[in-house]
Write a protein that binds this ligand. Structure first.
Ligand code: COS
Length: 383
């Protein structure tokens, strides 16, 4: 067993960390306040893309750096500390938007769609959730009806991260309702396809610098050549993408909690009450010890799931465990960080309450933590 990063991983983390401190951290609060993804999009496409980082875990033969899912998790630990908009865009681009193409796409589809995403020239997104298909993802109402060499898509997806900014969308639609989950197919839909438009931008509790919108399909003609694998494989492609994506959300939760913890630690060393720094009070130092301990546990759960994935071993249970544990941990740690800063922590310009707002969604998206417990318990039953 080896708990050390490779030289390549360490060099990547060092360079990324330095970049984030210089180029991303300074404007993070302002971008958040703007409730606009444009700033994060600019960082992703114009600064991180050219370095190849948007393809860090995508194999080299498809334009990526080929550094595996561990490096995707390491990226999320770092970006999550700084800017949730950049983190959400990065995460979706490396998991939900691309894993279905990577694992279920043809060579031609990979060359056409995966390569430009890995090279940071295009952003990707993922369309699964609908008004009546959230946790019960198989209840897809969007339809894809075959018409000659095309499919005609009709329906609406909601809460789609990167919507309108992304160029490449992996979209699930029902091709045979009688087959339930096995009647769902996955399609690559390009932005600009006639009949494909975007709905309203959601106004949220947190992750303000990321974007979530509706995808609307009205008699949208998609070439059959853009269907991933055979008809009926869409649900499996979506579940596989979520298995990987949940490693990213677990890692993002760890990163976001680390960001809050570091600010709380710095404050606890500086803040004087009753003649001494508040960290000298056991009430505060034990809180910080618990926070560090919880972050450490979640970090290793995430890395273990990522390692299993990179080894080609089953990892769905472990990724659900890591996502669930890390995001529950994130709420507690970020709440405690606000508590340590007291009134200052509650202020919008204190930059710590942002971590708490951003932590909540981690328990919800890419499968609520109740769904994670379903995935975990079903897997345990089979052991
Ligand atoms: N990888 C590959 N295949 C999978 C899979 C996985 N992780 N999970 C399920 N499948 C397969 C099953 O093997 C089954 O295939 P067969 O019929 O060939 O055996 C099929 O998919 C249906 O599986 P199942 O019956 O378990 O599906 P359910 O309808 O019970 O749904 C859950 C399972 C709850 C796990 C699923 O709906 C889910 O993950 N929901 C949450 C969705 C989500 O995360 N949404 C967030 C959107 S992105 S922000």
């Amino acid at each position: 067993m080896n708990f050390e990063l490779t030289k390549e991983q360490q060099a990547y983390v060092d360079e990324l960390r330095d970049f984030l401190q210089k180029e991303v951290a300074p404007g993070a609060a302002e971008r958040d306040e703007s409730e606009d993804f444009s700033g994060a999009f600019d960082i992703l496409m114009n600064k991180m893309g050219p370095k190849g980082w948007l393809g860090v875990s995508i194999p080299k033969e498809y334009g990526g750096l080929g550094m595996g899912v561990i490096s995707y998790a390491l990226s999320m630990f770092e970006i999550g500390q700084v800017d949730s908009g950049v983190a959400a865009g990065f995460s979706v681009g490396l998991s939900l938007g691309t894993v279905p193409i990577q694992d279920f796409g043809s060579e031609e589809q990979k060359q056409k769609y995966l390569v430009p995403v890995a090279q940071g020239k295009k952003l990707s997104a993922f369309g699964l959730t609908e008004e009546n298909a959230g946790s019960d993802a198989a209840m897809q109402e969007t339809t894809a009806v075959r018409d000659g060499d095309d499919y005609i898509l009709n329906g609406k997806k909601i809460y789609i991260t990167n919507a309108e900014f992304a160029e490449v969308y992996t979209v699930m639609a029902m091709t045979d309702k009688s087959k339930g989950a096995n009647g769902i197919s996955a399609f690559i839909v390009e932005k600009g396809t006639p009949g494909f438009t975007f709905g309203k931008q959601e106004v949220k509790m947190g992750i303000w610098s990321s974007v979530q919108k509706e995808l609307i399909f009205e008699n949208c003609r998609v070439p059959a050549a853009n269907r991933l694998s055979e008809e009926g494989k869409g649900f499996k492609a979506a579940m596989k993408a979520l298995d990987v994506g949940r490693i990213g959300i677990g890692a993002l939760s760890v990163g976001n909690a680390m960001g809050a913890y570091k600010k709380a630690m710095a404050f606890a060393k500086e803040r004087i009450t009753f003649g001494k720094p508040i960290i000298t009070n056991q009430a505060i130092s034990f809180m910080l010890a618990d926070m560090a301990m919880q972050i450490e546990a979640a970090k290793w759960m995430v890395l273990h799931a990522a390692w299993l994935c990179d080894q080609g071993k089953p990892f769905g249970k472990e990724s659900a465990m890591a996502k669930c544990f890390a995001s529950d941990m994130g709420m507690k740690v970020c709440s405690d960080a606000v508590q340590i800063l007291g009134g200052k922590g509650y202020l919008r310009d204190g930059d710590v309450e942002r971590h708490l707002r951003d932590a909540k969604i981690q328990q919800i998206y890419e499968g609520t933590n109740q769904v994670q417990r379903m995935v975990i318990s079903r897997a345990l039953e089979k052991e």
